[in-house]
Design a binder for this molecule. Sequence first.
Ligand code: GDP
Length: 198
Amino acid sequence: MRRDWKKVEFLKSAFSKKDFVNFPYPVFTFCGRSNVGKSSLINLLVWNRRAAKVSSRPGKTASVNYFLVDGSLVLVDLPGYGYARRSRAERQRWASLMEEFFRFQRGIKTNFILLDSRIGLTPLDLQLVDWLRFLGQDFAFVLTKSDKTNKQQIHNLVREIEERFSRPAIPTSARTGQGRKELISCIEKIERGEKCIP
Ligand code: GDP
């Protein structure tokens, strides 16, 4: 049966571990630096401009947001990292929320790490990769805002990531809709236990 990606339901926001929920559905998470375009990407995926609130103000209270797609798949919007003006206490809160999330959550098929096409991998993204590996979690990459840079730069970044991690890096743009089909197809392949070959 084909999944209707437009049928999305916001389930809840979790601000601490008591709010986390497990589901009998496959789970895909999205994480990345604040302002990388995570909310915009989730909105693009589900074709809804307001599914995930797009904020122009980074550094808002960190929360884990759950979305159910067509009653059969869960997307999790994880709190962003790397916002410069965040206090030490806020950074610690982020780290413990993430740690508790990965300890609690079942059914995670993969974790998409979002990278700004113009910026590429930053030290914080590499830390996240190391940490996910340590937790035994799978990961893949999504390049955001590809409308803001040129094809050559994107091509180089995709190659760098493939060579370094043997993982896909899917170029997307919330502005032009580029990459939506490719990302959905990648998610559904991973769900079926197939490899999402770049
Ligand atoms: P988040 O903090 O990671 O959830 O990022 P948002 O989705 O709130 O986006 C941060 C800013 O980047 C907003 O001003 C968006 O309009 C902008 N943005 C997000 N995606 C794109 C994109 O694909 N293209 C362009 N040009 N701007 C984008």
